[in-house]
Design a protein around this ligand. Structure first.
Ligand SMILES: [Fe+2]
Length: 328
């Protein structure tokens, strides 16, 4: 009987990037499907870097069949992209970071918007995971706000570069809703506006990672600074129409287990409210962003309240205001 062979010393090598990762464009200007990746907190650095690069290039990336991902795995993966932040007013569904995007909770996202632009440092990335999807409808659309800026005629780009706008979570809700609000909608709105925020952003921000110029518009934008209400609405309408042009958008039909990640600094999105009473349950987490800076170098400014209040869990989205608070 020979003695057991000595155990080979454990060798730690740097994990190689996933050889199977593939990025396939969905649309010409926005959207790509990433396959060959099992999302989670244990992904190696090289794979995370590949995902981040694809995200910055394509603005929204989709992953199919991530059924293994639960709330914890969702968060663990999110942390690989940055610090997680809670919604400033809406309590999470799990007592941690996840925001419920459920069609039975009264919240509706059927307006073009960028997440949480009513605070200065709104999220850099949102990561949305589909748990239950309806048999039809309930698609989400994303629009590329860098492509929208790039296609503007030059005089309009010059104008947009020099304008700022005030975003608020206390916008005129009734003006955008043809139907009478249900009790659930009223309740959701009450929670959503428990603290009323007002933030002035440049209409064009310089993306901190890509250097691209992107339009900062969407349904939280109330008014352009220095314009009458009439002029403001007309100008916003012209700029926003470029964002919504079908060539600048992609539409995603959800399947359970899908995950979508978007660069919230370079996109708007729209949740189509057409799945009737069928259940639609998605979970969103957000990764902290930084304070936007305009073409002239001026940062966004929090006008109200005096500071971003702490949510019940974690730090608030927009907490990293770099001290850029309203002048009293
Ligand atoms: Fe949203």
């Amino acid at each position: 009987m020979t003695s057991a062979a000595p155990t080979a010393p454990a060798v730690r090598t740097a994990p190689a990037p996933s050889a199977t990762l593939a990025v396939d464009k969905v649309g010409g200007r926005i959207g790509a499907v990433i396959s060959g990746v099992r999302l989670g907190g244990d992904l190696d650095e090289a794979t995370v870097a590949e995902i981040r690069a694809a995200l910055l290039e394509h603005k929204v990336v989709f992953f199919r069949d991530q059924h293994h991902l639960d709330a914890e795995g969702h968060e663990a993966f999110g942390r690989l992209l940055g610090e997680l932040v809670a919604h400033p007013t809406v309590p999470s569904v799990d007592g941690r970071y996840a925001l419920g995007i459920d069609n039975d909770h009264g919240g509706r996202a059927n307006q073009w918007h960028t997440d949480v632009t009513f605070v200065p440092a709104y999220p850099a990335f949102s990561i949305l995971r589909a748990e239950v999807v309806p048999p039809y409808g309930g698609n989400t659309l994303w629009a590329n706000t860098a492509a929208a800026y790039a296609e503007l005629p030059q005089p309009l780009r010059v104008l947009a570069d020099s304008v700022r706008g005030v975003h608020t979570n206390d916008y005129d809700y009734a003006a955008t809703r043809p139907e009478a609000p249900s009790r659930e909608l009223e309740q959701h709105r009450k929670v959503f506006t428990a603290v009323k925020f007002q933030t002035e952003h440049p209409v064009v921000r310089v993306h901190p990672e890509t250097g691209e110029r992107t339009l900062v518009l969407g349904s939280f934008l109330q008014k352009l600074t220095g314009f009458t209400g009439h002029d403001s609405r007309a100008l916003i309408g012209v700029l926003q129409s470029h964002v919504e042009r079908p060539e600048n958008t992609v539409r995603w039909q959800w399947r359970a287990g899908d995950v979508a990640i978007w660069d919230n600094r370079a996109t708007q999105h729209y949740g189509v409210d057409d799945s009737d009473a069928h259940e639609r349950t998605l979970r969103r987490i957000t990764v902290d962003g930084d304070v936007p800076v305009g073409v002239d170098g001026r940062p966004s400014t929090l006008l109200a309240p005096r500071s971003v209040p702490e949510p019940t869990y974690g730090i608030a989205s927009g907490a990293s205001t770099n001290g850029v608070l309203a002048q009293s």
